[in-house]
Design a protein around this ligand. Structure first.
Ligand code: SF4
Length: 351
């Protein structure tokens, strides 16, 4: 179902699905048992805009650490569990707001039932996670390989198993590192599944390839109205995941707020260090709570025109630049003072 029509599910104090705003998620890469390091990372992610955080729970010590972590953070926490159903039960008892399991790898149905019963008792939703890399052999044989259809059938089997245990607080995630397979699987499952979808391209790679694959995959799905929560998976600092997720949502018009920086690609006419300046501007505006467009342009040929279309812009000259606000040149500034002058203008922005 499209995101307006999916079932609304509560995770801690946040609702997802049912047309609620798309939530940005990330996952810690600290040892969850190390409460201090994990809390520090979550607080940084919160400040950057992370709205739901997932922590790996590979040990009983990690499950127990959740209670202390929860006391020190402000966003819902999802416990990620594989193989051991007792860890899922302990994570719920220690305050997890949602658990992520693959019912296919935590044992027989009595173990799944024990987890579902505990989730029911604590009113904690279950995210059913199915990954193309762990697709059942029978489905690989049935579909002649790993396919979108196989991934969907696997996920629906797990969903049905939980529904038959009389529980419907479910979120579904189906992942593949093959972007087009992932898109197709989401298109297929959205036709039959009423639960919110957590979407992302798994194992998408390092900063460059991860961002490109995620932007393409998530972009197609989000544009079609699919996806209630998102994660940009990157082999890198989780903070980068948040920046990318925010930009993807903003680019698609699915989120407002934050300064958008546009900058020219530079060419033979550029006479200032525009690449350096554009990067500095992007970092500088990150903590300014305005919803405007800032242009950083390299020259006086196209620069002023482009800068005029933004709310405020810089057009570079030789060792200096023009500051243009709402189409009017307001200042001529030395190159080395362009960044500080722009920041001053933004901090005193009156629209
Ligand atoms: Fe070149 Fe000027 Fe266009 Fe930048 S704005 S790409 S410097 S012509």
């Amino acid at each position: 179902m499209k995101r307006e029509e999916t079932k609304a599910i509560r995770i801690g104090d946040r609702w997802i699905g049912g047309g609620n705003p798309i939530a940005i998620q990330s996952m810690t890469n600290t040892k969850t048992e190390d409460v201090k390091a994990t809390v520090e990372q979550i607080l940084k992610l919160e400040a950057a805009g992370c709205e739901i955080i997932r922590c790996a729970v590979p040990t009983m010590e990690a499950a127990e650490a959740l209670r202390e972590i929860k006391k020190q953070i402000h966003i819902p926490l999802v416990a990620d569990i594989h193989f051991d159903y007792r860890l899922a039960i302990a994570a719920i008892e220690h305050g997890a707001d949602k658990i992520r399991i693959n019912p296919g790898n935590i044992g027989d149905s009595s173990r799944v039932r024990a987890v579902v019963d505990k989730a029911k008792e604590y009113k904690v939703p279950i995210r059913v996670g199915v990954n193309s890399g762990s697709l059942e052999k029978s489905l690989i044989e049935k579909y002649g390989g790993v396919t979108a259809e196989g991934i969907v059938e696997s996920a629906l089997d797990k969903v049905r198993m939980i529904e038959e245990m009389d529980y419907d607080q479910i979120v579904v995630s189906i992942k593949s590192s093959d972007v087009l397979m992932c898109v197709k699987a989401h298109e297929l499952i959205s036709e039959v599944c009423p639960y919110p979808l957590h979407i992302g391209i798994t194992e998408s790679g390092t900063l460059l390839s991860g961002n490109i694959k995620s932007s393409v995959g998530l972009g197609i799905m989000l544009y079609q109205g699919l996806g209630d929560t998102i994660r940009v998976s990157l082999t890198g600092d989780p903070l980068e995941e948040i920046k990318s997720a925010k930009l993807i949502l903003k680019t698609l018009g699915l989120r407002k707020g934050g300064i958008e920086v546009v900058s020219c690609p530079t060419c033979g006419r550029t006479k200032i260090d525009l690449i350096g300046l554009a990067n500095q501007v992007e970092t500088m505006v990150a903590d300014i709570p305005l919803d405007i467009k800032v242009a950083v342009m390299g020259c006086v040929v196209n620069g002023p025109g482009e800068a005029r279309e933004a709310d405020i812009g810089i057009a570079g000259g030789i060792g200096e630049g023009l500051l243009i606000k709402k189409g009017e040149v307001i200042k001529k500034v030395k190159e080395e003072e362009l960044l500080s002058t722009l920041r001053e203008e933004l901090l005193n922005w009156k629209g």
